[in-house]
Design a protein around this ligand. Sequence first.
Ligand code: ZN
Length: 229
Amino acid sequence: MALVLFSGGQDSTTCLAWALERFERVETIGFDYGQRHRVELGQRAVLREALAGLKPDWGQKLGPDHVLELSALGAISDTALTSTKAIEMGEQGLPNTFVPGRNLIFLTFAAALAYRRGLKGIVGGMCETDFSGYPDCRDDAIKAMQVALNIGMESRFVLETPLMWLDKAQTWALAQELGGDGLVEAIVEHSHTCYLGDRGARHAWGHGCGQCPACVLRAQGFARWKTGK
Ligand code: ZN
């Protein structure tokens, strides 16, 4: 039984499919922290329904969704993800889309909920391979969190990060493997990646502005997967 950190993006949708293949019961959690691309939150229900319809046992395994309101996180961080400033590189070599500690906070809230719901697995789409330099996506950070959460909550949570060592092309390949063309199509059409919250133009890889770092990464990964390079 597992809880999936589900934002409505490509990575977390692939993680949800991965969890539905592996666990008997799967619940989802999302966070509303004042993100500029809040449109992603609206895609969550659409994606959950699409995945539940792809395979009968996925539909049976998919349990409740939980959305936590974390506006305090947006209020204390001054970043391009939570305000309308331009996306650029910051002083420490990190893009200003970095919300300090975001994944650590998400994992802590997820574990608190998982504790109450009796869910042992906590699944997240953190990735060290194609990451944007966010230190809290690193494998060491996640492993340290697993230890801290298990000690602090006297539990045996297992933090699962199926995408940790995959690049974006391999993430598309994993989606294909898990749910075939139907899952790939659902991810292309419904998942949201664009930092600017743009769902206007429909590209081969999905909807987005096509210019921001998140769109570029997604588009490049899709192209590499399609061409097999
Ligand atoms: Zn974009």
